[in-house]
Design a protein around this ligand. Sequence first.
Ligand code: ZN
Ligand code: ZN
Length: 213
Amino acid sequence: MNKIREKVMQTNFTKALKRLIIVAFCVVVLGGGASAFLLCTQIGEAVTYVQQEEKSENEYDRQKEDGDWHGENREKRERYDKGHPDLENAITRPSTAAKAVVGITGMLCFLIGVGFWLLVAAWLYQAAVLAGMHGFLWFLLGLGGNVGAAVLFLLVRSLIRKKCEACGSYQSVKAQYCAKCGAALSAKCPQCGAACGKDDGFCHNCGKSFEQE
Ligand SMILES: [Zn+2]
Ligand SMILES: [Zn+2]
């Protein structure tokens, strides 16, 4: 358990995400391309089938309006009501190779999805620990809410933590100095001593200007 924790803390998630995106891109392009290539007969047949269905549906509507519900048209209508039983015959059964490629591509896409999900949760753990927040809690929230939890995390962190410009670590919003590198996180008003933001133009307490004279 501790080893996993160490590993998560050492992971460069920007790099990991980039790698995952590259893998996902390759799977979609290669797997999708190969599937489309192996299923081009079936895709063509499906398009023809849909076009024909549309055509005969229009015909059926017209005949219905004309009151011609008998004979061949009636049969057509019945076929319609039975849920287009012609579809199975209209499309050639795909080859084993095509089925295998589609299956493997689907499986890889699923694994990539799971990988992304875990990556977000693990990143939340790391980011929460680095910000002095509850790592395991945010990991669980990440497993449950994923990207939603990440958005919530960024919101909560922006409310209770501020970033030290000098070392990049996250410190309490109330902190005056960075606990990691000692850099000043806020400025003190030279006139009244109130704690002010480092970039403030004026003291919020006494109104003194911080502009250099
Ligand atoms: Zn610092
Ligand atoms: Zn002041």
